[in-house]
Design a binder for this molecule. Structure first.
Ligand code: CTP
Length: 400
């Protein structure tokens, strides 16, 4: 593998495993460069890491010689992937807040390359609300994570989540992120989950969509190398690795988040968008006595139809979902014509697929229809992602 990995070693006891990681990465043929934080040097020495990579290790943002030689901007750019081992609570907090007061954090802020973090810390630090908040922010920024694992900690008698992933696991996560998947360089927008339409500050109209299928599709597209923006209504699901998430509530916010994410090569609209919203959202809680006997409703914008009908910025492939109980193919064809999309994935919801882990779908394109056997939502996602990769093959990538 002819790839360049920049390894940022953080200051924690797990830093010693980074030396092993250097060897595992070099065995794959990768070129490895090392940046160490000041704290990391209490655990492993630049001399040891330097001996393993066969070149100097970078440690100081304000060292004139280091900055003239290979400055922080070059370190941030001259690589295909940055991996942080261990990603300490402190480094995660700095990254989540955009701090850049040393070489490691400045490189992490200046880069436009994918970043993989292997967190390691005491289980209480990992469980702390601040760390969990930072984790969510970093995930939403599209950072990928491997671990932490559960197990014995360095402190005697302590167990829990906080052990750094093993060097082989981190190497495999690096290889997955470095792989030249068929969707590398392509941009995807996926919508998922329900939308929430406010009636007043405490009441809303919504639906029971779990978001599972949409999240699985976002993850499958990312695994094939796509740059994915997931626009999600409220769900209880974790952000998939390597996916950027924009969390919204209303259909109108979902539409503007999708428009902001354009241009894209493919849009997969999986969200269960509320077709209607209350015409007025009361600023204050509506009192029992004031409630009108009927809530007046206004139709929401149709996000799938809006993106399908764009002229300049229309993604090359626009895919909608449709919940059908009968005449699946015929109804889906009517929907393709009405909304102007290219494909419809029609869920047969006559059984028990709503909210469950399995799905039974038909893929209907403008000139064909395939009925897929019942399978898990993850498998549906992987199959759809490969169909998308096949369809986009040879199509020019949308940039403007
Ligand atoms: N959709 C959308 N914006 C809306 C409504 C729907 O983007 N305001 C998208 C959904 O994400 C999905 C598809 O359109 O991809 C579903 O279309 P819809 O007309 O709502 O179909 P069904 O849910 O199947 O409902 P019906 O057949 O009752 O019209």
């Amino acid at each position: 593998m002819n790839k360049r990995v920049l390894l940022v070693i953080g200051g924690g006891i797990a830093a010693y495993k980074s030396l092993e990681l250097i060897r595992r990465l070099k065995e794959t043929g990768a070129d490895v460069r090392v940046v160490m934080t000041k704290a990391a040097q209490h655990f492993v020495t630049p001399l040891a890491a330097g001996a393993l990579v066969g070149e100097r290790v970078f440690t100081d943002l304000f060292d004139q010689a280091q900055e003239f030689d290979v400055g922080h901007i070059r370190l941030a750019r001259e690589c295909d992937l940055i991996v942080v081992t261990p990603a300490t609570a402190d480094l995660m907090a700095k990254m989540a807040n955009g701090l850049a007061d040393d070489l490691a954090s400045a490189v992490l802020l200046a880069t436009d390359k994918p970043i993989l973090l292997a967190p390691a810390m005491n289980p209480h630090m990992w469980a702390n609300a601040a760390t969990q908040r930072n984790l969510e922010v970093l995930r939403a920024d599209g950072r990928a994570f491997v671990g932490p694992n559960e197990g014995e900690m360095a402190e005697r008698g302590e167990r829990g989540f906080g052990r750094m992933a093993e060097p082989e696991e981190i190497r495999d996560a690096c290889l997955a992120l470095l792989s030249d998947g068929p969707l590398k360089g392509k941009k995807a927008i996926v919508t998922a989950g329900p939308t929430v339409e406010a009636l007043d500050p405490v009441r809303f109209l919504s639906n029971r969509s779990s978001g599972k299928q949409g999240y699985a599709i976002a993850s499958a597209l990312a695994q094939l190398g796509a740059n994915v923006t997931l626009v999600s209504g409220p769900t209880a699901l974790a952000t998939p690795a390597g996916v950027k998430v924009k969390r919204i509530e209303s259909a109108r916010d979902m539409l503007s988040a999708c428009e902001d994410a354009l241009p894209a090569d493919v849009a997969v609209m999986v969200a269960a968008v509320a077709d209607w919203r209350p015409s007025k959202t009361a600023k204050k809680k509506i009192k029992k006595g004031d409630a009108a006997s009927a809530v007046e409703l206004t139709e929401n914008p149709d996000i799938l139809a809006t993106l399908s009908k764009l002229t300049k910025k229309r993604p090359a492939l626009v895919i909608g979902f449709a919940a059908e109980t009968d005449n699946v193919e015929a109804n889906a064809r009517v929907k393709i014509a009405k909304k102007g999309c290219d494909w419809i994935v029609a869920n047969d919801v006559s059984g028990d697929v709503m909210g469950g882990n399995d799905n039974q779908v038909m893929l209907i394109t403008r000139d064909a229809a395939q009925s897929w056997p019942r399978m898990s939502k993850d498998l549906v996602a992987q199959k759809l992602a490969s169909e998308i990769a096949e369809a986009l093959k040879g199509k020019a990538t949308r940039r403007k």
